[in-house]
Design a binder for this molecule. Structure first.
Ligand code: KG4
Ligand code: ZN
Length: 341
């Protein structure tokens, strides 16, 4: 089965062709990052308009690269949510209409299911069951995954997502947009001994039981630390490092706790923040201690992409799932409501 996958939930237009026999045939991404950088964050209306401009040319190119004609496409998968409604509507309208025109089934994909199945595109896919740490700009969740569509959220953030905290901290340190990757770069110049004792950055909610997170206080702690010091490049690097270490440490503590509480010794890390090398190093260290396996998507499939949507869509289409001849976009969509395959 050959599937066209479309991702337009935020500021990346992603298109891919996935074949259940031959694997990934093409995977293209148009990032709007440069356009939103002028505003310091994603402007929803501009995002929607840019998806309108870029989506059809990108689909044409993806089919060409996959050496596939429209008649060889067996189904179309598009991200239905969660995300920015205007941006989602572009992918949903185009995806659903193409499927209608081509007389093929269309399937609506949950963006987070796409993320957490992305490591399945690797040579050695993780086996079920596993614990997924989903860390993106909009979500921070621990989920037990018994199989495709069998998700149980065992922990989530009570306020900011960890990617959002990276972005906001980067912004207050004047590191520009997108914040996460820039903060990681700048942290390399940081002095790890700078903030100790009372000025040590907290590891929020690790001193009490449970698997939930809270990252907004960490960002405020970074802001207060910045105000309390002379502003120069070194203090910014020191704060970046202290923030990143605290965030990473907090995620690792909760993952370790989840492994111990569930007895599941397989961890899958996905979403934009899973590209962070400090996080990967810390989680690998923890997993070794717990005798657990840990899997990540390849770097380019950590952040939003069409491949993960084509893949998740292919699994659902193969199971006979399809949408009626209409479409909708869902800003919110609890992952636990998905049907099990
Ligand atoms: O999954 P994603 O592309 O989009 C959402 O679904 O939200 O994740 C984007 C988030 C942003 O907050 C971005 O700053 C963060 O992932 N991110 C990183 C890194 N690369 C992306 N955060 C920390 N370190 C990175 N290297
Ligand atoms: Zn995402």
């Amino acid at each position: 089965m050959r599937v066209l996958g479309i991702e337009t939930s935020c500021d990346e237009t992603g298109v891919a062709v996935y074949d259940t026999q031959c694997g990934l045939l093409s995977d293209l991404l148009y990032s709007q990052v440069a356009m939103h950088a002028d505003y310091g964050g994603v402007v929803p209306e501009l995002a929607s308009r840019d998806h309108v401009r870029k989506l059809l040319p990108l689909i044409r190119e993806a089919l060409q690269q996959a050496q596939t004609t429209a008649t060889q496409i067996d189904g179309v998968a598009y991200t239905q949510g969660p995300g920015l409604v205007g941006a989602l509507l572009v992918g949903a309208a185009v995806g659903r209409s193409l499927a209608w025109g081509w007389q093929r089934p269309a399937v609506a994909v949950h963006h987070l299911e796409g993320h957490l199945l992305a490591p399945m595109l690797e040579e050695k896919p993780p086996r079920f069951p596993f614990i997924a740490l989903l860390v993106s700009g909009g979500h921070t969740m621990l989920i037990t995954v018994e199989g495709v569509g069998r998700y149980n959220v065992i922990g989530e953030t009570l306020d900011d997502a960890v990617g959002e905290a990276f972005d906001k901290t980067a912004k207050l340190l004047d590191l520009g947009y997108p914040g996460g990757p820039r903060l990681e770069q700048v942290a390399k110049q940081g002095n790890a001994d700078r903030f100790q004792g009372r000025s040590r950055f907290p590891r929020p909610m690790t001193d009490r039981p449970g698997l939930d997170f809270s990252f907004s206080g960490l960002k405020t702690f970074a802001l207060n630390t910045l105000h309390a010091n002379e502003h120069d490049a070194q203090i910014r690097a020191d704060i970046a490092l202290a923030f990143q270490t605290a965030a990473v440490e907090t995620l690792a503590i909760k993952c370790q706790r989840a492994i111990r509480e569930t007895g599941i010794h397989r961890l899958v890390v996905a979403g934009g923040v899973s590209a962070n090398r400090a996080l990967r190093a810390r989680l690998n260290h923890m997993a070794k201690k717990e005798q657990a396996e840990v899997a990540y998507p390849r770097m380019k499939f950590c952040t939003d992409n069409g491949a993960m949507i084509a893949y998740a869509g292919a699994l659902r289409l193969q199971a006979g799932e399809m949408e009626p001849a209409e479409f909708e976009a869902r800003a919110r969509w609890p992952i636990e409501t998905l049907t099990a395959l």
